[in-house]
Design a protein around this ligand. Structure first.
Ligand SMILES: CC(C)(COP(=O)(O)OP(=O)(O)OC[C@H]1O[C@@H](n2cnc3c(N)ncnc32)[C@H](O)[C@@H]1O)[C@@H](O)C(=O)NCCC(=O)NCCS
Ligand SMILES: Nc1ncnc2c1ncn2[C@@H]1O[C@H](COP(=O)(O)OP(=O)(O)OP(=O)(O)O)[C@@H](O)[C@H]1O
Length: 204
């Protein structure tokens, strides 16, 4: 099974591109979604996070207070490494379970959508990397609009990741998401035809 890593910076448009690919019939595994699953109440990772960061990052209903934890980890690399040390192994395990199920189902191509594909050193798990790229200003605007973050909070999240200009150089394919959603859709459709559909092995 061919696994394509789909990455980019925060709010670059990975999820938007992944939804378009899913509509075209692609199998997609989203690391951010797995990251939410592994910190659900009752999960070992949540207990470890509470043990590391204290009750201030738990809501009264026992769920993770994502905003409180985000505030800590995006301002403090050491805290972020502690969190990733807890979440990344759990995310990796779930991703592998899902990939195994897709293999068993005879899937020929799967996308693994991960914001930290390069930062977490997991490019070895995929066969090729596609990068969703946009300029810093557009990235800031979209992130602030989507998450209701202040400019400084948005900048601290962006600063916690590898610069977009670097990621852009590392992608086999670069999806330029500086334009409209329609332009993104046209690029994804073209890539689907050229890189996936026309190369799909004949199903025996
Ligand atoms: C810090 C947390 C609680 C903030 O939650 P919040 O709901 O505000 O953001 P959300 O989870 O939707 O992530 C939004 C974006 O933040 C960025 N981001 C998330 N975690 C990290 C990280 N460790 N380092 C850099 N950027 C990150 C990604 O671009 C992600 O798409 C959450 O992001 C988290 O648990 N992160 C640790 C798990 C992780 O590393 N996820 C990335 C999977 S590859
Ligand atoms: N071409 C576009 N034009 C305008 N808005 C866009 C475009 N592409 C994505 N968006 C919007 O920008 C925001 C970020 O997009 P999206 O959530 O897909 O990014 P992401 O890379 O998945 O983010 P994250 O790293 O946080 O998971 C969303 O609100 C989305 O609707």
């Amino acid at each position: 099974m061919r696994i394509i890593g789909l990455t980019g910076g925060i709010a670059s448009g990975k999820t938007s591109a992944a939804h378009l690919l899913e509509r075209l019939g692609a199998a997609v595994i989203d690391a951010d979604q797995l990251a939410r699953e592994v910190v659900q109440p009752g999960e070992e990772a949540l207990a470890q996070i509470v043990a590391s960061f204290g009750d201030k990052i738990v809501n009264p209903d026992g769920t993770l207070n994502r905003a409180a934890l985000g505030e800590i980890v995006f301002a403090d690399p050491a805290a972020r490494r502690t969190l990733e040390g807890i979440t990344h192994p759990a995310i990796k395990q779930r991703a592998e379970e899902k990939l195994e199920r897709l293999r068993a189902a005879g899937t020929s191509t799967a996308f693994y959508v991960a914001p930290l594909l390069f930062e977490a050193g997991i490019t070895s798990r995929v066969h090729e990397v596609w990068v969703v790229y946009l300029d810093r200003e557009t990235q800031l605007q979209r992130l602030m609009a989507r998450d209701g973050l202040s400019r400084e909070a948005a900048l601290s999240r962006i600063a916690s990741q590898m610069p977009m200009e670097e990621k852009k150089k590392l992608g086999k394919v670069v999806i330029d998401n500086r334009g409209s959603k329609e332009e993104l859709e046209a690029q994804v459709l073209k890539l689907w035809r050229e890189e996936i559909a026309d190369r799909e092995p004949e199903r025996e």
